[in-house]
Design a protein around this ligand. Structure first.
Ligand SMILES: Cc1cc2nc3c(=O)[nH]c(=O)nc-3n(C[C@H](O)[C@H](O)[C@H](O)COP(=O)(O)OP(=O)(O)OC[C@H]3O[C@@H](n4cnc5c(N)ncnc54)[C@H](O)[C@@H]3O)c2cc1C
Length: 348
């Protein structure tokens, strides 16, 4: 579970501020989604998540040139979650000028998936619909039949939320919606010398040059996970060239940091979203009410509660409510999906 993109996410519940770097106000969908996360994380709402650890320490916005400083100054006027940081800065950032603090929480994505697996959706089975025979009927009704294990599911509405897998699943629908993939080349480095930091590095460009988050591996060692512009622009680079670029960038930002003993690796992973004519990131979550299925992409982890709400509302508009959970006997012997682990928890 979570193995497509979710476990590779940096876990940031985006305020949308980084998308306001073109100095537009942050897109409102992000603030609505944050409010739903806060409700869930406090144990309320449709899917209580109060046992998922949340980090609420500062996320730093670090301008590295005059254009970056001007952008942050402008954005801070529009965005109450962004404020000028007072000195003294943390030791690792003492060379920075004009830092801002962004009030953005981060989630432990591994714990999120475990909670969803064990608590919010305890009756989950792990079967690939592509292995089933599909009969699509009137008004969204469908029947999926698997041979092994022998199982038939008769549903009033099929909901497809398979990330990149939505492409193949949608092909089973007449004129189903298309999926786009936007690749990333992320970098991870492990070293005991790494300080615990979370930051976006901002220059003249529309998005952060670098987004850096800190995680713990299975032995409690710190792992820096590097995304943002480095991962977007690094897609064409070989792993060795991408590591060299990451070293160069970190060397310029943290010249005093000894990375001699660091262990480096890169990860290629695609973002999967609803297809856009211009190939760019969709503005919000997308749910397509296709006559034969609802097909959804959250676009960001942050926006998943909005997608969930859209699904519930689409079903209600069709007069559908979930039936009572299946009895345990009906599910006995069926495979359960094991929760996956984020890449920094795996051996480096
Ligand atoms: C490197 C990276 C970093 C990111 N960081 C952030 C971040 O910090 N904050 C943020 O808000 N967003 C972030 N995102 C975006 C976010 O991760 C995704 O928008 C979100 O996780 C997508 O969730 P999903 O459930 O749609 O897809 P996925 O997480 O890809 O899950 C799809 C699931 O469907 C399953 N599946 C697919 N096909 C089938 C099939 N035929 N049968 C059965 N199962 C199937 C897959 O196995 C998988 O478990 C990041 C994305 C990437 C790639």
């Amino acid at each position: 579970m979570g193995g497509g993109q979710t476990l590779f996410a940096q876990g940031i519940l985006h305020s949308g501020a980084k998308y306001g770097l073109g100095a537009a106000p942050p897109p409102p969908a992000y603030r609505r989604a944050l409010a739903l996360w806060e409700e869930a994380l406090s144990g309320q709402g449709l899917v209580p998540l109060d046992d998922v650890p949340v980090a609420r320490g500062a996320r730093w916005m670090w301008p590295v040139d005059q254009a970056g400083r001007a952008r942050l100054q402008q954005l801070a006027q529009l965005d109450p979650l962004l404020s000028r940081a007072e000195r003294p800065y943390p030791p690792a950032l003492r060379r920075a000028e004009g830092l801002y603090r962004l009030a953005e929480p981060s989630l432990d994505v591994g714990a999120l998936i475990r909670t969803l697996a064990h608590r919010a959706v305890p009756r989950l089975v792990h079967l690939d619909p592509l292995d089933a025979a599909w009969q699509l009927g009137e008004g969204g009704r469908c029947r999926l039949t698997w041979r092994a294990p022998a199982l038939r599911v008769d549903a009033r509405r099929l909901i497809l939320c398979g990330g990149a897998g939505n492409a193949a699943l949608s092909e089973r629908l007449t004129g189903g919606p298309r999926t786009q993939r936007r690749p990333l080349h992320m970098v991870m480095l492990r070293a005991s010398s790494l300080p615990a930091l979370s930051l976006h590095v901002v220059d003249a460009g529309d998005g952060p040059v670098l987004t850096l988050t800190t995680h713990l591996d299975g032995d409690g060692e710190r792992v820096w996970y590097l995304g943002g512009g480095l991962a977007e622009r690094g897609v064409a680079r070989s792993p060795a060239a991408q590591i060299a670029e990451a070293r160069r960038l970190l060397g310029a930002l943290f010249p005093d940091l000894d990375l001699g003993g660091a262990r480096w690796e890169t990860l290629r992973v695609d973002r999967a979203e609803r297809w856009q004519a211009d190939g760019r990131r969709p503005a919000g979550p997308d749910l397509v009410a296709h006559p034969q299925a609802l097909v959804g992409w959250p676009t960001k982890l942050t926006l998943t509660p909005l997608l969930g709400k859209q699904v519930v509302e689409a079903l209600a508009a069709e007069g559908l409510r979930p039936s009572a959970p299946l009895a345990d006997e009906a599910l006995r012997g069926l495979p359960q999906p094991p929760p996956g682990a984020p890449p920094w928890r795996r051996a480096g």
